[in-house]
Design a protein around this ligand. Structure first.
Ligand SMILES: Cc1cc2nc3c(=O)[nH]c(=O)nc-3n(C[C@H](O)[C@H](O)[C@H](O)COP(=O)(O)OP(=O)(O)OC[C@H]3O[C@@H](n4cnc5c(N)ncnc54)[C@H](O)[C@@H]3O)c2cc1C
Length: 450
C-alpha cells in the first residue's frame, strides 16, 4: 500500500501500519477476510477528516471507519485496499449541564462518557456491553444493551451530529434541540448507517439526571413460557425495570465459571430483573409486585439482592457469560421478535438445532424481544451452519421479527438482509447509499451488497 501511504504523507497526513485494525470482535468462524493492503490514519478534528475524505474521493481510495472495534458483524473490517480511518484521537468532550447534553468527539468511549457525565451530576443510561465502544460507533450501529427496554437505544439520545460526507463536505445536523422537524431527518438516517454514508466526527447526546438506587432479582422458572409470560405481565402492570434479562441455566453456569461468583437457585429459564427507584421502600414495593407476578407463573426460590456487592456479583455472572463461550461460538445471533413471541421463537429454534445436531446457548434482553443465541462449534460442515441460521431467521420473520436487533448487518448479514427486505425497500436503500456516496468509497460492501 506504498502509494496510498505516500499520497497521504505528501499531504501532511500521518499514517500508521498496524494489524490490530484488521479485525473487530466478530467470532472467528463468521469473520470476513480483511485486506492487509491498508494504511491507518488517526485524525483529530473534523477538518482533518474532511481533508482525508477529499484526498480519498479524488483518488477513488476506499475508506473504512473504525471506532472501538468492538463490533460483532465485521462492520469496521477493511475488506479491500484502502484507508482505515480510526477515530481514536477524537476525544474532546464537553458537558452542557443547562441543556442536559454532552458534545463528544466520535472517539470518546462509552466508559469515558459515563464517567464525565457522572462527574457533573448527570447520567448517560444506554449501556451496550462493552465500555470500549465509542460514541461514534454506538451511533453508527444504533447500539442497544440491557437498559434499552426502559431507556431506549442510541437513537433516542442523539440530538446533533457533525459528519463528513465521502467527498469531504462537512454537514451539521440537529444540535442541542429536543424538537426539530425541519425537513427529512438526515441525522436519523446516519444513525445505524454502519459507516456507509458519512464519517460521524462529533455527536451531541442527551444526558439525564443521575441514576437512582437499584435492586436486582434472580428469578428461576421451570419453563421459558412461564418466564416470558411473567415478563409480559410485569410490563402490563406498568412496572418498567431498568433491565429484564432472560438467561438459560447453561449460560448461568458458564458465567459462574468465568466470574468465580455464585448465582442463587436457578432453573431451566431464569430472569434477571434490575429495578430502579428513588428510595429503598419504593424498591421493596416494586420487588414485591414482581415476585407476586412471577410466582403466578411458577417461579420459586426468588432471590432479591439489594446490597452493592451481591448485585455486582449477579451482574458479573451475566456480563461474563460471553467471555466464557466466545472461543467456542460460531456466531452471536441477535434476532429481535415481539416480546410475547419469545417462547415460540426459542422453542422452534431449539427443535431445529436439535434436529440438525447443534448446541445453542440462549440469553438476552427479554424485555425488548432481543434474544442472543450462541450456536457452539461442533462437528458439521459450514453449509450446515448456514442452513441453521437461515432457519432461525425464517422463524423470526414468520413471528414478525427481524434478523438483527443490535449488532447490525456489517459484512456478515448482507445476504440475509437482501433476503429479508422487500425489493422496493432494498432498492431505496441502494439509492440512498448512492446519493451519499456515488463513488462507493465509504465502507464498500457493508450492509448492502453493492
Ligand atoms: C462483549 C461485548 C458486548 C456487546 N454488547 C452489546 C450490546 O449489549 N448491545 C449492542 O448494541 N452492542 C453490543 N456489542 C457490540 C458493539 O459494542 C456495538 O456494536 C458498538 O456500538 C460498536 O462500537 P465501536 O466503537 O466499537 O464500533 P466499531 O466496531 O469500531 O464499528 C462499528 C461500525 O460503526 C462504524 N463506525 C464506527 N465509528 C464511526 C464513525 N465515527 N462514523 C461512522 N461510522 C462509524 C464502523 O465503520 C462499523 O461499521 C457488544 C460487543 C462486545 C464485544
Amino acid at each position: 500500500m506504498v502509494d496510498i501511504q505516500e499520497i497521504l504523507e505528501k499531504e501532511g497526513i500521518k499514517t500508521y501500519l498496524d494489524d490490530k485494525y484488521l479485525y473487530d470482535e466478530t467470532p472467528e468462524f463468521v469473520r470476513v477476510e480483511p485486506s492487509r493492503d491498508i494504511v491507518v490514519v488517526k485524525p483529530e478534528t473534523t477538518e482533518e477528516v474532511s481533508r482525508i475524505m477529499k484526498i480519498a474521493s479524488s483518488r477513488r481510495i476506499k475508506v473504512f471507519i473504525r471506532g472501538g472495534g468492538t463490533g460483532l458483524s465485521c462492520g469496521a473490517v477493511p475488506t479491500e485496499s484502502g484507508i482505515v480511518l480510526s477515530t481514536e484521537k477524537m476525544k474532546e468532550i464537553e458537558i452542557d449541564s443547562e441543556n442536559f447534553c454532552a458534545v463528544c468527539g466520535a472517539g470518546v468511549t462509552l466508559g469515558e462518557l459515563i464517567k464525565k457525565a457522572e462527574s457533573c451530576g448527570l447520567s448517560f443510561p444506554p449501556h451496550p456491553g462493552s465500555e470500549e465502544a465509542t460514541v461514534g460507533g454506538m451511533v453508527s450501529t444504533n447500539a442497544g444493551g440491557v437498559r434499552a427496554m426502559k431507556y431506549g437505544v442510541m437513537r433516542n439520545y442523539v440530538l446533533g451530529i457533525v459528519a463528513v460526507l465521502p467527498d469531504g463536505e462537512i454537514i451539521r445536523l440537529g444540535g442541542k434541540l429536543i424538537k426539530n422537524n425541519a425537513g427529512y431527518n438526515l441525522m436519523h438516517l446516519l444513525i445505524g448507517s454502519e459507516g456507509t454514508l458519512a464519517v460521524i466526527t462529533e455527536i451531541t447526546v442527551r444526558l439525564l439526571p443521575p441514576m437512582q438506587k437499584t435492586a436486582t432479582l434472580a428469578i428461576p422458572f421451570k419453563s421459558v413460557d412461564g418466564a416470558i409470560q411473567a415478563v409480559v405481565e410485569i410490563l402490563r402492570a406498568g412496572l418498567m425495570p431498568l433491565a429484564l434479562e432472560y438467561i438459560e441455566k447453561d449460560a448461568i453456569e458458564i458465567g459462574e465459571g468465568v466470574s468465580g461468583r455464585r448465582w442463587p437457585p436457578r432453573d431451566r429459564a431464569n430472569l434477571m430483573v434490575i429495578i430502579e427507584a428513588g428510595s429503598e421502600n419504593e424498591l421493596i414495593d416494586q420487588a414485591e409486585k414482581i415476585e407476586k407476578i412471577c410466582k403466578g407463573f411458577g417461579a420459586s426460590d426468588i432471590f432479591l439482592a439489594t446490597g452493592v456487592r451481591e448485585q455486582r456479583d449477579l451482574l458479573m455472572v451475566r456480563s461474563l457469560i460471553y467471555e466464557g463461550i466466545k472461543r467456542d461460538v460460531l456466531e452471536i445471533l441477535d434476532v429481535s421478535v415481539p416480546v410475547a413471541a419469545i417462547p415460540e421463537y426459542i422453542k422452534k429454534c431449539n427443535e431445529v438445532a436439535e434436529r440438525m445436531g447443534f448446541r445453542v446457548i440462549n440469553y438476552g434482553h427479554a424485555g425488548d424481544g432481543n434474544i442472543h443465541q450462541h450456536p457452539l462449534k461442533g462437528k458439521f460442515k459450514p453449509e450446515e451452519y448456514d442452513n441453521l441460521k437461515k432457519e432461525f431467521f425464517r422463524i423470526a420473520k414468520s413471528l414478525g421479527g427481524t434478523i438483527t436487533g443490535e449488532h447490525g448487518v456489517g459484512a456478515v448479514k448482507k445476504k440475509e438482509l437482501r433476503e429479508l427486505l422487500p425489493v422496493t425497500e432494498y432498492d431505496l436503500m441502494v439509492r440512498i447509499k448512492r446519493a451519499f456516496d456515488p463513488l462507493n468509497i465509504l465502507n464498500p460492501g457493508k450492509v448492502l451488497d453493492i
